[in-house]
Structures are given as C-alpha cells and as structure tokens.
Design a protein around this ligand. Structure first.
Ligand code: ADP
Ligand code: ZN
Length: 631
C-alpha cells in the first residue's frame, strides 16, 4: 500500500498536510528526522501512517500517559493495530498488550519513557521495529519549557535500537531547542521538517479588559453549545467567572488545584466527553486534555509570555476547523506576574531581564494595533504575508485588527494623544498611580485631587471626550511601549514618565495607539465549524449538525471513548453541509475512512435522513461490527 492509499483508506483524507509526506517518506527510507509542526499540524499521522500501511512496528514514546489510552482508541477506530504500555494499565490489559506484541500483531505501540527502559519490551519489539517516534521531543531539552529528566535517558535506549529510524516531534522549538533535541536524541544526520508556526484557522482577538465577565460571555454567546476554555489567573478569579457564566446559563465548571482530585478528574472527563461545554481554569488545565474540537480559548488575564499564550491558546481548533482565541489585557496583569516572580526574593539579573522581556513582549502583542497573526509569526522567527484565501478583507482576515474591530489611530492623532497623557503623568510628578492620572485627564476630580490643586491644571479634562475606557487603554499601551513605567513604591504603584516618554514629548520617536472601532462588529461572526465546506459555498445545516453531534455522543458513550474518536467536528460539519445520501457519497467526506464508514456509515446516513436516534451496539467495542440504528 502506498502512503497515499493509506491516507485515504485509514483516515479518509485526500491530501497530506504540509511536511507530512516528507516525514513519512523519511521514516520509510529509514532516515532520522526532526518534525516541528504547530499544534493541529497533523504530527501523529507522520508516525502512524508507516504503521498503518504494514511496514513494521512503530514505537511511540510520549510523556503524556493520560492521553495514551485515547490515542490508542482513536488509532484503533481508524483501523490500526494499536496498543499502549504504561504504568496506569492494569495487569490483564498489560499482559494482553505484551502477548499481541510477542505474536507480532502490534503495528503501533505507545510507551511511556519508563516502560521503554524495561527489559523484555525491547527484545520483543526489536526484530520488527522500523521506527521510534519521540513525541513532545522538546521535553528532552533543558532549554525547553517542559524539561523532563526521564527523557534524557532515552538516548541510551535508542542506542540499543540502531536499526530503527528515529523521528522527534514537537510543536514548539526555537532553533536552540531544535539543536538540543537532535543532539540529545542522537539523531543521525536528521532531515529537518520545520513548518510555519501560523495557525490559519484561529481567529485572534486581544482587547482591553473592561468588564471581564461581560466580555467572556460575549464570546460564549457567539459560540453557543460549543467547547471552550477560559483561563484565569487565580483560584478566586476562576470561581467568580465560573459562577457568573453558570448564572448566565452557560454549561461550565471551575478547575484549579484547590479543588478535590475527584472533582477535577470528573470535570476533565466531562469536558473531553462533551458533557460540559466550558472549563474555567487556571493554567493547570490542559496538559492532559484531548478535545480537538475546542472552539474558543479566552484568557481572562494576560499570560506570562507569548510562548505560554501560544501554547494555551493553541488548544483551540486542533481539528483544523475555525476557532477563536481572545485575550483580555490589563497592564496590571503584568505587574502581578512580576510580583509573583519576585515573591521569593530577588532574582539573578539575567533571569530578571528574561522575565521583563517576556512581559514586554506579551504586552506588546496585546496592545499593538497590528495584525496578531503577523505578530505571533514574527515572534517565532517566521515572516507572515497574510492569507490571500480570505478575500475581501485586508491582512489575515482573522484577527481583531484585520477584521476592523480594533482600529489604529492615525500617526499624528496617536502622537498628540500620547503627548496629552504623558504631560498629565509629568504634571503628577510620578507621585500618583495610573488611576489618578486617568481621572485627571477625564476631568474627574475627587477630594484629593482638589486638595492638590490638580483640577486647575491645563491637562485637567483634556481627554474627557475620549471616555474612560479609551484613556485607560492608551495609558496601558504607553506603558507597554516603554513611554511610561509603573514603579512600585511601598504598596503603591506609581505612574512615571520614562526617558523615552520625555523624548516623545519632544517629537523624538514614534508611537502607535489602537482603540476599539466605533461599532466593533462583535457578534457579527458566528464561529464556523468547518472552514472548508462553508467556504465552498454550501450552507451548514445547523440543526442537522447538532443532530449529528448528538448521535456521535451516543455512539461514543456506548463505546466508552471520547466523541472525537468517532468523528471530528469538521467531518460532521461537512456532512451537515453536503448531506450525502449514500455510503459512497459519505465516503467522500474528509475524515471518513474505510473502517469508520463500515462501522458508523449506516447510523449517520439514517440520522441525515432525519430519523430518530436509537443506537444499539452489536458486538464488543473492539469488534468490527457496524453499529445499528433503530428507527
Ligand atoms: P498535532 O499532533 O500536530 O497537534 P494531530 O496529529 O492531532 O496534530 O492532527 C490534528 C488534526 O488534523 C486531527 O484532527 C487530524 O485528524 C487532522 N489531520 C491530520 N492529517 C490530516 C490530513 N492530511 N488532512 C486533513 N486532516 C488531517
Ligand atoms: Zn490580522
């Protein structure tokens, strides 16, 4: 079987995604390689395909044990002879897996790093072994953000399997980490397949935080019934936001380290199995979660760095369908991160500088009125030309700036506005906080301001017309761009003008300011579930889509697997748009391979004919019997 035939037969896809073909070919030729593709780039197919088309045994080493069983279930649903070996497995299942391995039946074996080190496994495996894939390969590097000591020993094990090709895969790797991965894993003259970091199916939005709950609700209401993650900074924030969303009728649950383990496990489980729409969580949530159809990720607070933002927001839209990532920014978040980093005493100067740089970068991302796809791509060292596919909209067509929800002030207007704010800060002589200076500009005098005689200053009320939201936002933008700074003195953060700010007042330097567009077309866009089929002009039948999702959930519950293992949202969306009436037509839908057609085809055809859903399972979950629908 050729790779192309395998792609179609097992996965129901017609074309490879970028660099998949190259990675598969390298593996089949016995060549070591490094694969760097963004989340959702289709990394797993690179090592699963050689196993699927019968070239021998493929070992997959992954640190994410929690995901392995679902990965195995998904591979089996596609028709692969897959197994996993890890410490959470009970004795009977482990014995089964070993027996299938010894008999030479296994094509794809997931193993935890610890298991791989054990004797016996390698002997059983080595004769048929063609490829060892190391997933999350950045974990091997000290330079990466998730270093795992047990990964360091992998190289020794690999040395004992000299005949197998090696494939290291990761989503995030700076050139430094790439080098380190190749040398730590002793890759031999590896081919390097490094994809573009951009995620074109994600719509990025970054707004000044005004009314946190209302802004989050707006996103949830734009995506009714869809899966979403809301990240918040503290447990208290998590509880408050979850409470607010629940009161507004959103299906959601809180998730943070302070909750009992049992409750956390249930929330994860409900979320993955689509019994729960929204998880409101601290960043602890996500590592062990596999739900490719997450339609939005909202950051209620600013994350620590662009790297963190990329990783956390990247949990949206992993199935490749359209999804949105919204960041609610306030400059005070950056101060909170700084305080947290320093709470155990002063840091080494290099560390401190690194933190300051990261905070500056994420702040700049959040407030610059510049295409966010471009800012992210450039941050990760790639250039960005915009997406010419989205016609009629300038730039990427997929961020608040390019969609016209945030406008950029004309250069003269930006400079004049900045000067007004800077001179107010100058007049306040660095003895007051940002709130005071904003009120000064708005002409809102309290007792203290009157006592200070500041209500008589020329700058008093100078930006009254612009409104509080805009003035706050501009002040934050000037902080992020380094024209103002917040100095901690005692318990009180004071706003000060910097040297760059003084220079700007003398017309030296340039400033960019953004503001919400007059009527931001906020709820205009309902997130599309399938970029492609909708783009081709077929309208998605929402009612049918919901019906298909319900069927999928019933089947998944019967089988005891997460819904995406049955079909991805994108496949359902294509069905709901194309409405195939025969098995042959259904086979043309992307994501419908031979085995899934055989097992679920009839049930989904029935559902599309509009009959009632009553699923009956025939045979055991692992058997090849089709599922029957009773009407
Ligand atoms: P990654 O591990 O890189 O985040 P996955 O392997 O989970 O990505 O794949 C992401 C999504 O892309 C999955 O829904 C997968 O089924 C889909 N996919 C993979 N390869 C293709 C392809 N050639 N064509 C269409 N979809 C694909
Ligand atoms: Zn853009």
């Amino acid at each position: 079987m050729t790779p192309e035939e395998g792609l179609r037969r097992f996965w129901g896809y017609d074309d490879f995604k970028p660099l998949q073909r190259e990675a598969v070919q390298a593996a089949l030729a016995g060549r070591d390689c490094l694969v760097v593709l963004p989340t959702g780039g289709g990394k797993s197919l690179c090592y699963q395909l050689p196993a699927a088309i019968g070239r021998g045994l493929v070992l997959v080493v992954s640190p994410l044990i929690a995901l392995m069983d679902d990965q195995v279930a998904a591979a089996r649903e596609a028709g692969l002879a897959a197994d996993a070996l890890h410490s959470n497995l009970d004795a009977a299942r482990r014995a089964d897996a070993y027996r299938r391995l010894a008999r030479g039946e296994t094509a794809l074996l997931y193993v935890s790093p610890e298991r791989l080190m054990m004797e016996g496994l390698l002997e059983d495996a080595s004769a048929r072994l063609v490829l060892v894939a190391v997933d999350e390969a950045h974990c091997v590097s000290h330079w990466g953000h998730e270093f795992r000591p047990e990964y360091r020993k992998l190289a020794d094990v690999l040395e004992r399997l000299p005949k197998a090709a090696r494939m290291a895969l990761t989503a995030t790797a700076t050139p430094e980490v790439q080098e380190d991965v190749c040398s730590q894993l002793k890759l031999r003259h590896p081919a390097r397949f490094v994809g573009h970091p951009d995620r074109p199916n994600l719509i990025y939005r970054a707004f000044q935080r005004r009314d946190q709950l209302a802004q989050i609700l707006e996103v949830a209401r734009r995506n009714p019934g869809a899966g979403g993650i809301v990240y918040a900074q503290t447990r208290k924030d998590v509880e408050r936001i979850a409470g607010g969303l629940k009161r507004a009728g959103v299906s959601c649950a809180p998730y943070h380290a302070g909750l009992p383990a049992e409750e956390r496990r249930r929330t994860q489980d409900d979320f993955v199995n689509e019994r729960l729409d929204v998880a409101v969580a601290t960043i602890a949530f996500g590592m062990g979660i596999d739900r490719p159809g997450v339609r939005y990720v909202v950051h209620a607070n600013t994350p620590r760095s662009v790297e963190h933002y990329q990783q956390e927001s990247g949990r949206a839209g992993r199935d490749g369908a359209s999804a949105e990532c919204v960041l609610l920014f306030a400059a005070s978040d950056l101060a909170a991160h700084r305080a947290l980093a320093l709470k155990d005493g002063p840091l080494a100067p290099e560390r401190r500088q690194a933190i300051e740089r990261q905070l500056r970068e994420i702040g700049r991302y959040a407030v610059s009125p510049v295409c966010r796809h471009r800012l992210l791509a450039e941050h990760f060292g790639a250039s960005y030309q915009g997406d010419s596919m989205r016609q009629g909209v300038p730039g990427c067509g997929a961020c608040d700036v390019c969609l016209g929800e945030t406008r950029s002030l004309a250069p003269e207007e930006a400079l004049l506005t900045a000067k007004k704010i800077l001179s107010a800060a100058w007049r306040a002589r660095g003895r007051f906080g940002a709130g005071y200076v904003v009120n000064l500009l708005l002409g809102k005098a309290d007792e203290r301001m009157k006592r200070n005689g500041h209500d008589a200053l020329q700058v008093f009320g100078l930006l009254k017309e612009a409104g509080e939201q805009a003035v706050r936002s501009w002040t934050d933008q000037l902080i992020v761009q380094g024209f103002l700074e917040v100095a901690e003195e005692g318990d009180y953060p004071l706003l000060r003008i910097t040297e760059a700010g003084q220079a700007l007042c003398r017309d030296e330097g340039t400033v960019r300011l953004g503001a919400p567009a007059p009527q931001a077309p906020r709820s205009r866009k309902k997130a599309k579930v399938s970029g492609r089929s909708v783009a081709q002009g077929q309208a998605l039948d929402e009612e049918l889509f919901d019906r298909l999702r319900r069927l999928r959930r019933q089947i998944a519950e019967t089988l005891g697997v997460p819904p995406y293992v049955v079909f991805h949202d994108s496949a359902l969306a294509e069905m709901a748009a194309l409405k195939p009436g025969t098995l042959e037509a259904l086979r043309e839908v992307k994501g419908v391979g031979d085995r899934k057609l055989e097992r679920y085809g009839a049930a989904f055809l029935e559902a599309m004919r509009g009959s009632g859903l009553n699923i009956q399972q025939s045979g055991s979950p692992q058997s090849l019997n089709p599922l029957k629908v009773e009407t």
